[in-house]
Write a protein of this length. Structure first.
Length: 442
């Protein structure tokens, strides 16, 4: 099989959090492969640990993509603090045609569009894919999984993730996809106080979860336990309807949200200060009024740092994104744009951002504690990727071995799923497959 088919058959997704099927990014015409090891969000050390322990595997994945897509070079992009820990330097040669690119410690440097500009000085035309600028971007873990599929025939059944936040010691562990978070926390002695919440992802763009019912997915980069009264958590509990109503009347049009917006600073026609004063009723009638909302990367700078009125431009824009999705509309630019000259002076230092979110004191470099497959059950959902959900090919009561295919990819953009645990199958309402270990040794 060609690499593209191998990646699809292995069920490889963008492991950075978006979940885009990795095979669909492979295309000819790129002159640079960027490997995103920036770890955009604070408190996450998953990619750092992978690079520290598994650089040869990551490089093998990079080489395979370079060869298949006929790309002449690759830049492995990491922030300065990661480079210092790994003792890597700007321009260091890791292998033939693979160099290190050191990025500044700023937020949101892991955003794909910001990463491309910082690494190459290219601004992707608004609403277009990176390939239109001659670039393909993959996450570090994604390329590790590519190498595993090629070298060992391994399908994606395991996930690297950080467990951190307000706990004694931050760790990175590799566990089966579908592991219940409750079982994971119990295994590693992690407790969640009543005064705390749990996030899947980082403190900026992660989502609140119920640790008693949630399971690890292919896109879970980290699980953070954080106090409920800090900005990182409070910003996620905003009442969207109330925020939209307040924005229409309370905004003083200071333009700080637009002045600080990372995408606006790259020349994108995104103006949050105008979005918050656009009446929702008008947008419903003429959704093209807010078409540029789809250019927002949801970094949260406008909400947590820029606005001094207690308004959430991010929540308003998210509302417009939903409206545009319902109308199957998105912004696709035809003309190139240029970054603004003031961008370099308005980027947000990582430590400053951590202070704003209230998480600076919880930033502890994580330690790798190993690979752990000893769990009593897993739950494999059919929607762990962007595109059509996987289609189950097993039935209730079937016995499967770890690595067996249990769901096939659907037509169009989709991926298969594999058993991450040996045991007995239970189909759950067409949404997921539960696998229970039998006699602890099946």
């Amino acid at each position: 099989m060609e690499l593209k088919e191998i990646m699809k058959e292995a069920g490889i997704v963008g492991a950075g959090g978006a979940g885009f099927p990795a095979y669909a990014k492979l295309a000819e015409g790129a002159d640079t492969l960027l490997i995103n090891g920036a770890e955009c969000e604070p408190l996450l050390y998953t990619d750092y640990i992978i690079l520290k322990r598994e650089t040869p595997m990551v490089l093998a994945g990079i080489k395979a993509v370079l060869e298949y897509a006929k790309i002449p070079r690759a830049l492995l992009c990491i922030k300065r603090h990661t480079a210092e820990k790994l003792r890597w330097t700007e321009g260091q040669r890791l292998a033939e045609n693979i160099l290190v690119k050191v990025l500044p410690n700023v937020y949101p440097m892991g955003d794909e569009i910001s990463l491309i500009y910082e690494a190459l000085g290219r601004v992707v035309t608004p609403g277009n894919l990176p390939i239109t600028s001659g670039v393909i971007v993959y996450n570090v873990e994604t390329l590790y999984n590519v190498a595993a599929a090629l070298k060992f025939g391994t399908n994606v059944t395991m996930k690297w993730l950080t467990i951190g936040g307000d706990i004694e010691k931050a760790i990175v562990v590799r566990v089966p996809v579908g592991t219940p978070v409750a079982d994971l926390f119990k295994k590693y002695g992690v407790t969640v106080p009543e005064t705390h919440e749990v996030l899947d992802g980082g403190p900026s763009m992660g989502k609140l979860i119920d640790p008693e019912t949630y399971v690890v997915s292919k896109t879970t980069k980290g699980l953070l336990i954080l106090p409920s009264n800090i900005e990182a958590i409070e910003s996620k509990k905003i009442n969207v309807e109330r925020s939209v109503a307040r924005a229409e009347t309370a905004c003083c049009q200071c333009t700080r949200c637009t002045d600080m917006c990372p995408r606006a600073l790259l020349g994108y026609p995104l103006e949050p200060h105008k979005m918050v004063r656009t009446a929702m009723g008008a947008a419903v009638v003429l959704p093209q009024m807010v078409l540029s909302a789809t250019l927002c990367c949801a970094c949260g700078i406008c909400e947590s740092l820029a606005c001094n009125q207690g308004i959430s431009p991010k929540a308003v824009i998210a509302n417009y994104k939903n409206l545009l999705a319902q109308n199957k509309m998105r912004f696709v630019g035809k003309e190139a744009v240029d970054a603004l000259p003031e961008r370099d002076y308005r980027m947000v230092p990582s430590e400053r951002w951590e202070s704003v979110l209230g998480v600076l004191k919880y930033d502890k470099v994580a330690e790798f504690v190993g690979e752990d497959t000893d769990f009593p059950r897993v739950e494999i959902t059919f929607r762990q990727h962007i595109g059509a959900p996987s289609v189950p090919i097993v039935k209730d009561g079937d016995l499967v071995e770890r690595g067996d295919k249990i769901a096939e990819s659907a037509a169009g953009l989709s991926l298969p799923q594999y058993a991450s645990l040996s045991g007995r199958i239970t189909l759950d309402e067409g949404n997921k497959i539960i696998i229970d270990k039998v006699n602890n040794n099946v």
